[in-house]
Design a protein around this ligand. Structure first.
Ligand code: DSN
Length: 413
């Protein structure tokens, strides 16, 4: 029976969400739109199969075709990033990071990672997380000019002698000098890990530095710039293969989600195509257009601008907060997220900044001309943040623009 007849409540919610995605401007930098082929694999019968273990070494029978699926994903990811070993089973970014720490660092060991408000991630040791009670996280910050403070990392590495130095961020907009980090790690005998969740698509396409050849371990999600299904992955040196695989299963997870792994395989095939490189280049061009508009309009850009797909913007000089901005933009049909800025004096629920990015709009085919209009709408919506009539008028213009960039035109639940 079709979903719409069996479960009209659910199908209505999905159809409304489809319309929201189709008629709005999605600018949360960690979101994207997967291809119909990725969606098809995700909704495939691979979801029916239990397959604890790894290709060729499973605890359940009947895995011969599932082995093919998982091996395709592994081989394609290895090729894409130049990795010695890949584990495609992590359910998402947080479980991937947990498995990575478990594989590389004994409980109680020290990990040097970036502070959340300076662009790090909750799973990089924020005190509210479970992992912060298992490992001893020490946090470094960006400089007052807003870039990664490599000198501070070096000083802290000598002082704390960490087992692991961790880079890779979810709110940081600049390139990372992986060679410098590796040199610091070598000075103190630490291992190296990069969490490339946000920029994996830009790395796969050669548009940003690739830490995989240099670092011990790289973790990522597969659904951000990489444009695959919601999921995680670990890439590592051959010498860490056993520890990583053991940490993922049986250490932390049970049966892998093979439908998601099938969709990852499709996404990795797509990411190796020339069109994907063009998409990655356009993501950066689009972000640069927004950077120019924000600078011209007097906003404060954290880290001085962007080298990647995202911008972290302090909106308080405009007399508004991050929450007020998120709400106003939402009414105008533009989705962003409120975000803490480095050493923010406001609270996480109403911080000083917003974070926004260009991957999803670039996937829809939007380029420089559209970005200029969108940047102006964002500024207008922030300036008139409490004027409902103005925000509704922008939402109408947004709808008109999105109608020229069809998204899943044949889909209906
Ligand atoms: N929630 C993701 C992001 O938006 O960056 C990271 O976990």
């Amino acid at each position: 029976m079709k979903l719409s007849s069996f479960d009209p409540d659910l199908s209505s919610a999905l159809n409304r969400e489809l319309i929201r995605q189709q008629t709005g401007l999605e600018m949360i930098p960690s979101e994207n739109f997967v291809s119909p082929a990725v969606l098809e694999a995700l909704g495939s019968i691979a979801t029916n199969k239990y397959s604890e273990g790894y290709p060729g070494k499973r605890y359940y029978g009947g895995c011969q075709e599932i082995d093919v699926v998982e091996q395709l994903a592994i081989d394609r990811a290895k090729q894409l990033f130049g990795a010695e070993h890949v584990n495609v089973q992590p359910l998402s970014g947080a479980p991937a990071n947990l498995a990575a720490y478990a594989a590389l660092v004994p409980a109680g060991g020290t990990i040097l990672g970036m502070d959340l408000s300076h662009g790090g991630h909750l799973t990089h040791g924020h005190p509210v997380t479970f992992i912060a009670g298992v490992w001893n996280f020490i946090r470094y910050k960006t400089t007052s000019e807003g870039i990664i403070d490599y000198d501070q990392i070096e000083k802290m590495a000598h002082e704390h002698k960490p087992h692991l130095i961790l880079v890779g961020y979810s709110g940081y907009s600049r390139e990372i000098d992986y060679a410098r980090i590796k040199a610091i790690a070598d000075e103190v005998g630490a291992l190296t890990m990069a969490d490339i969740a946000h920029i994996a698509g830009l790395i796969a396409s050669g548009e940003m530095n690739n830490p995989v050849p240099l670092f011990d371990l790289v973790s990522t999600t597969t659904h951000k710039t990489l444009r695959g299904p919601r999921g995680g992955m670990i890439l590592c040196k051959e010498k860490h293969k056993k520890a990583v695989d053991k940490a993922v299963f049986p250490g932390l997870q049970g049966g892998p989600h093979e439908n998601v792994i099938a969709a990852k395989a499709v996404a990795f095939k797509e990411a190796a195509l020339p069109e994907f490189k063009q998409y990655a280049q356009q993501i950066k061009k689009n972000a640069k257009i927004l950077e120019g508009i924000f600078q011209e309009k007097g906003y404060k850009l954290m880290f001085g601008g962007t080298d990647n797909h995202l911008l972290l913007v302090d909106v308080t000089p405009k007399g508004v907060t991050g929450q007020q901005t998120e709400t106003a933009l939402n009414k105008a049909g533009i989705t962003v997220n409120k975000n803490m800025i480095p050493d923010d004096t406001r609270s996480p629920m109403d911080p000083s900044g917003i974070r926004l990015g260009t991957p999803a709009l670039t996937t829809r085919g939007m380029k420089e001309e559209e970005m200029k209009r969108i940047g102006m709408w964002i500024d207008e919506a922030i300036t008139h943040w409490s004027d409902e009539t103005k925000l509704n008028a922008i939402a109408e213009e947004v709808k008109e623009l999105t109608s020229h960039f069809p998204l899943y035109p044949d889909l209906h639940y």
